[in-house]
Design a protein around this ligand. Structure first.
Ligand SMILES: Cc1ncc(COP(=O)(O)O)c(C=O)c1O
Length: 318
């Protein structure tokens, strides 16, 4: 009879078990005119917090708990444009530590509501200062080391390591992609925010096969519609960013990402966020070039989150 407490504790999954190991979805309609090209989207919205940032947040929090940096009522503190904050807030609620976040006040209303629903404390910063204003505010608060553990996603190596080698609960983004494509991946594409996803995944993929082309995508201007992404030439450059790592960098127009978000909804049945759509548009450019050169390719794109948090944006109706 399976009635002992021990057996009961084995039942079900924990929140941490559900982070990572996301599916790779085929984007066959997008490449219908490009025989020999396979495009695959890593469905990061399947993480419990709804984005790729669950990976970095759980890596950062797990390491901090292990080292005794968090606990005893200390607040986890960080600057975030939304998704990392949602991941921290979710983990704080589940694992029992308070969370304080510095967030630009122009993030979508859906994000604000989600942060509130998880019970996080939020310090709203001036939207004109973008994510850099939130970083400056967090750095100021972080001086109070008795009250705060400053998670510093932009400078914390646990961020990119979560994609490089994973955490206790998952093998990490790169190892998953390698296994899910039977080692056939030829191109990897991801947007740059903190750069953790791109840096960690690229470092590991290059170890597995140095020929894999790793392509970063960033907004083509400092004023853009990509929540969570950085225009590196004009932003505070994240200390974990390695500009020498990418085989290529694609500057993406917001309008092209909007158009791709609508297209993915209508022809693939996939509702993704603006950064995910921008990365897909970059992947499709590579697909067209490879096809024009008569080459076959297996292109993996990070679909960092779903569309739910962006549905109030007007472009869907335009
Ligand atoms: C929607 C979205 N896309 C992409 C990213 C970038 O991920 P990373 O910080 O790993 O570069 C973020 C980061 O916050 C994000 O919120």
């Amino acid at each position: 009879m399976a009635t002992s407490i021990e057996t009961q504790q084995m039942l079900g999954t924990t929140l941490a078990d559900r982070i990572g190991n996301t599916p790779l979805v085929r984007l066959d309609r997008l490449t219908a005119e490009l025989p020999g090209i396979t495009m695959l989207g890593k469905a990061e919205w399947m993480n419990p917090g709804g984005s790729v940032k669950d990976r970095a947040a759980s890596g950062i929090v797990g390491a901090a708990l292990e080292r005794g940096l968090l606990g005893g009522g200390k607040h986890l503190l960080d600057a975030t444009s939304g998704n990392t904050g949602i991941a921290y807030a979710m983990l704080g609620a589940a694992w029992g530590f308070p969370v304080t976040l510095c967030v630009p006040s122009n993030v979508s209303p859906e994000r604000k509501r989600i942060l509130g629903a998880y019970g996080a404390n939020v310090m709203w910063t001036d939207p004109a200062d973008g994510s850099d204003g939130a970083i400056r505010k967090a750095r100021e608060l972080a001086k109070d080391t008795k009250s705060y553990f400053y998670a510093d996603q932009y400078g914390n190596d646990e961020n990119w390591r979560a994609h490089y080698r994973g955490t206790a609960n998952n093998p990490g983004t790169a190892n998953e992609i390698w296994k899910q494509t039977d080692g056939q991946v030829t191109h990897f594409v991801a947007g740059l925010g903190t750069s953790g996803t791109f840096v960690g995944t690229t470092r590991r993929l290059k170890e597995l096969n140095p020929c894999i082309q790793c392509v970063s995508m960033q907004p083509d201007s400092p004023f853009n519609g990509f929540e969570g992404l950085k225009h590196m030439a004009t932003a505070i450059v994240p200390p974990i960013y390695d500009p020498g790592l990418a085989d290529r960098d694609i500057a993406m127009e917001t309008e092209a990402a909007y158009a791709m978000a609508k297209r993915l909804g209508r022809i693939e049945g996939l509702l993704v966020g603006v950064s995910a759509a921008g990365a897909t548009a970059a992947g499709l450019r590579i697909a067209e070039e490879e096809h024009a050169q008569g080459r076959e390719a297996v292109i993996v794109v990070i679909l960092c989150d779903g569309a739910e948090k962006y549905l109030s944006e007007r472009f869907w109706e335009e």
